[in-house]
Every structure is written in structure tokens, then in C-alpha cells.
Design a protein around this ligand. Structure first.
Ligand SMILES: *[C@@H]1O[C@H](CO)[C@@H](O)[C@H](O)[C@H]1NC(C)=O
Ligand SMILES: *[C@@H]1O[C@H](CO)[C@@H](O)[C@H](O)[C@H]1NC(C)=O
Ligand SMILES: *[C@@H]1O[C@H](CO)[C@@H](O)[C@H](O)[C@H]1NC(C)=O
Ligand SMILES: [Zn+2]
Length: 312
């Protein structure tokens, strides 16, 4: 309790932030309450806003953490993490909430975190598909909650430079596209489940690219960095439906082609380097394992954010 008092008095706010986030699944309402509580207790370094609504009208909450959380500041790069675009892939959603808590409660006590928050504007969207989350049954494999309410796979719903098929862009996708247009993101990751691997662009190809982007070396570096700092990913984890990934990384297209994916969109249309992190063999694991997932990924999450300062 003492450290909580110390931290909060230091920030000049009432020491009301005493509850710490449990390792259980949080529904839409609980995610909202948690983010509001964080924002209320750490108002100088957080900014909470909704970037749009889902088909069923749920807000797509983004919490921004930074020294100047409300606006872009020259010299401070924009970074983002996005989870749960497949509503039934839920580990990322929970570990991002734990990351939010970890960052704000370590500000001014941990020099590494303080420097990161002072020098980076960190945007976190814990759920891009809240409707899908609410519709999921707690299944390890596929569940209908993967899709949005209109039955669209949001990771096949972005404009694709490699194909010309018209897709009906969904509200959730449009919100993220507008967000990408509005902020000058330079580095990003999005979190999935069903495998354990760091996958990098491209996810799709044409006859000349074969899935390899002009920044292939940078993407390989980023994917390796995430995998290397993860407890097991770098060893090449084999799930039921996957073979061993060397170093725990793969080119997206080499694994399987994805048309209309978010990471290619970020890179081609948003000039933002994004990779896709698959966190768990089981898409919706027993919540008794959530603490373990957080511990496995914590160092990777921090080290990956620091890369925004590595001269990119
Ligand atoms: C972060 O910024 C705060 C507020 O300006 C300052 O007091 C603190 O020394 C900075 N910390 C680091 C590690 O840069
Ligand atoms: C293949 O895709 C790349 C990247 O979008 C593009 O620059 C190139 O013009 C495309 N080539 C063909 C033959 O369509
Ligand atoms: C989760 O694991 C706990 C402890 O092993 C067990 O008691 C519980 O029944 C499990 N829940 C589900 C939904 O499988
Ligand atoms: Zn997925």
C-alpha cells in the first residue's frame, strides 16, 4: 500500500488508485471502467478517447500514454498496440490492459519506463472488435466471435495494394483507417492467437514482390527482437496447426497469404511499420493462465516499444 501512496502523491493526485488489475477476462464494461479509472488517477500522462464505434455501438477505446498524451509533439514519435481484432483471440486484450497498468504505475519510479513515457506517445487499443469478444464462446480453436457483427473478418477488410477486389469496409476498420490517417504512427504491433510467432509484412503479394517488402531487414529485426525477448517464442513453439518457426518469426505471405490485412495497410498506406504477434496456441485460454502470458510477454512489449527510438 505504501508504494501506491508514494507514487500517487508524487503525481499530485489523490491516492485512490489502490486496486490492481486481476488476471481474469474483462468484458467491455470492465475494460471501460478500468481505462476510466486509470485516466482519472493518472490524468497528466494519459488521455482516453474513443476512435469510433463497433457495429453494435460499443466504443473503440484508445488510451494514450505519454508526457503530452493529448497531442503530437515535435520530436516525440507515435507508437501503437492493437489487440482483439479477431474477437475470439483474447490474450492480447488482457496483456495490453496489464501493460497500461504497468506503465502508469511505474512512471517516476522506474527510470526506463519514465524515459519511455517522456519520449514516446503510446496509443493502446485493447479491443478492435468488442462485439466479437462479447459473442465468443471460450474456445481454443475457431469461434464465431472472430468476426464483427456483420460477419466480416476485420483482418481481411482493409484496402489491399495487391488486389482490386472491393470490400465493404466495416465501421471498426474505418475507425482504425481514420486513426492511422490522423496520427503519424511509425511503429506498431497487433496481437492475435492460435499460434506463437512474430509475423512480418507482407501478408500478400503480387508477381514482383513475392511477399518481401523494401524494409525486409528492419521487419526481420523487429520480429526477432519480440521473439527473442519472449519466454518461449524464439524457440519455435509448435501448436496443433503450425510447424516450428525458425527463431519464432515468419514472413506473413510465406506462412499464408492474407488479403486486406491490417499490417500491410499500415505499411503501404500509413508509412507505419507494423508486425503481427501471435501470442498463444489456444485463442481463448483458461484465465488461470493469463498471469503466465503477461510474464512471458512483458519484456518483449517494453523492448519492442523502445525500438521506436532506434533511428527509424
Ligand atoms: C520525465 O519528465 C518529467 C517531467 O518533466 C521529469 O521530471 C523526469 O525527470 C523525466 N524523467 C526521465 C527519466 O526523463
Ligand atoms: C506489386 O506491389 C507493389 C507494392 O504494392 C507495387 O509497387 C508494384 O507496382 C506491384 N507490381 C505489379 C506488377 O502489380
Ligand atoms: C480453469 O482452470 C481451473 C484450474 O485449473 C479449473 O478449476 C477451471 O474449471 C478451468 N475453467 C475452465 C473454463 O476450463
Ligand atoms: Zn487473428
Amino acid at each position: 500500500m505504501l508504494w501506491v501512496l508514494k507514487c500517487c502523491m508524487f503525481l499530485g493526485v489523490l491516492p485512490t488508485f489502490v486496486s490492481s488489475l486481476d488476471f481474469v477476462y474483462h468484458n467491455t464494461h470492465a475494460v471501460e471502467s478500468f481505462l476510466r479509472e486509470i485516466n482519472a488517477n493518472f490524468p497528466s500522462i494519459t488521455y482516453l478517447h474513443s476512435i469510433g464505434k463497433s457495429v453494435e455501438g460499443r466504443d473503440l477505446w484508445v488510451i494514450v500514454i505519454g508526457k503530452y498524451p493529448k497531442m503530437h509533439t515535435v520530436g516525440i514519435p507515435e507508437f501503437k498496440y492493437v489487440a482483439n481484432m479477431h474477437g475470439d483471440e483474447v490474450v492480447g486484450r488482457e496483456i495490453l490492459l496489464h501493460l497500461v497498468e504497468y506503465l502508469v504505475t511505474n512512471y517516476k519510479t522506474d527510470p526506463v519506463i519514465s524515459r519511455l513515457i517522456n519520449n514516446t506517445r503510446i496509443h493502446i487499443l485493447p479491443s478492435m472488435n468488442p462485439d466479437g469478444f462479447e459473442a465468443s464462446n471460450r474456445d481454443c480453436l475457431f469461434s464465431g466471435g472472430r468476426y464483427n457483427k456483420n460477419n466480416y473478418d476485420l483482418n481481411r477488410n482493409f484496402p489491399d495494394a495487391f488486389g482490386t477486389d472491393a470490400v465493404s469496409i466495416q465501421l471498426e476498420t474505418r475507425a482504425v483507417m481514420d486513426w492511422i490517417k490522423q496520427e503519424t504512427f511509425v511503429l506498431s504491433a497487433n496481437f492475435h492467437g492460435g499460434a506463437v510467432v512474430a509475423s512480418y509484412p507482407y501478408d500478400n503479394a503480387n508477381a514482383t514482390t513475392n511477399g518481401i517488402s523494401p524494409d525486409d531487414d528492419v521487419f526481420i529485426h523487429l520480429a526477432k527482437l519480440y521473439a527473442k525477448n519472449h519466454a518461449t517464442m524464439h524457440q519455435g513453439v509448435i501448436c496443433d496447426s503450425t510447424s516450428r518457426f525458425s527463431n519464432g518469426i515468419t514472413n506473413g505471405y510465406t506462412w499464408y497469404a492474407v488479403k486486406g490485412g491490417m499490417q500491410d495497410y499500415n505499411y503501404i498506406y500509413g508509412q507505419c511499420l507494423e508486425i503481427t504477434i501471435e501470442l498463444s496456441c489456444c485463442k481463448y485460454p483458461n484465465q488461470t493462465t493469463l498471469a503466465q502470458y503477461w510474464n512471458e510477454n512483458k519484456v518483449s512489449l517494453i523492448e519492442y516499444m523502445k525500438q521506436v527510438h532506434m533511428g527509424m
